[in-house]
Design a protein around this ligand. Structure first.
Ligand SMILES: [Zn+2]
Length: 157
């Protein structure tokens, strides 16, 4: 009964649901997901402004694929910590994970310090460590500079 609202967009027998996205963030998350090659051919449904007891309004995304890679989940976690990633099998929720703000972000963000080794030596993977629980500020593990998370570009862009 509590899942009736989920029927508003098609039920899937196998797939991934990114749920509890704060309303207004669904399109942003979809943009992020769409950058990844593995998503290019996947059927996707986007639901906007669904009622949610927890959030008031929420967005959700359904992907007809079996598995969402850790890289994509990490990328989502930076933009919208607290979303739920559910794996659906035989129309039922098979597993679900609440995505937390990451404590460490590897090989996803570009360091803004032009002299940083990660910019000079392109094969060196970037590595940032979150300075607070909410992941608003991060420190580059190589040059030790501190940045606001939203000022850093992702390497996928
Ligand atoms: Zn750096």
């Amino acid at each position: 009964m509590k899942n009736e609202k989920m029927l508003l967009i098609p039920k899937i027998d196998l797939g991934i649901v990114v749920d509890h996205i704060p309303a207004g963030m669904g399109i942003k998350i979809l943009e992020i997901i769409s950058q990844y090659e593995e998503i290019k051919e996947v059927p996707v449904s986007l639901g906007l402004n669904y009622e949610s007891r927890r959030l008031g309004k929420k967005d959700l995304i359904k992907l007809q694929m079996e598995f969402l890679s850790p890289e994509i989940i990490q990328h989502i976690s930076i933009v919208a910590p607290g979303v739920t990633v559910k794996a659906i099998k035989d129309y039922k929720v098979h597993s679900k994970v609440v995505v937390k703000a990451p404590q460490e972000i590897r090989n996803l963000l570009e360091c803004k310090n032009p002299n940083c080794i990660t910019n000079v030596e392109k094969h060196v993977e970037t590595h940032f460590v979150s300075l607070g629980k909410d992941c608003k500020q991060v420190r580059c593990e190589y040059c030790e500079r501190v940045f606001d998370l939203n000022e850093l570009h992702t390497l996928v862009d």
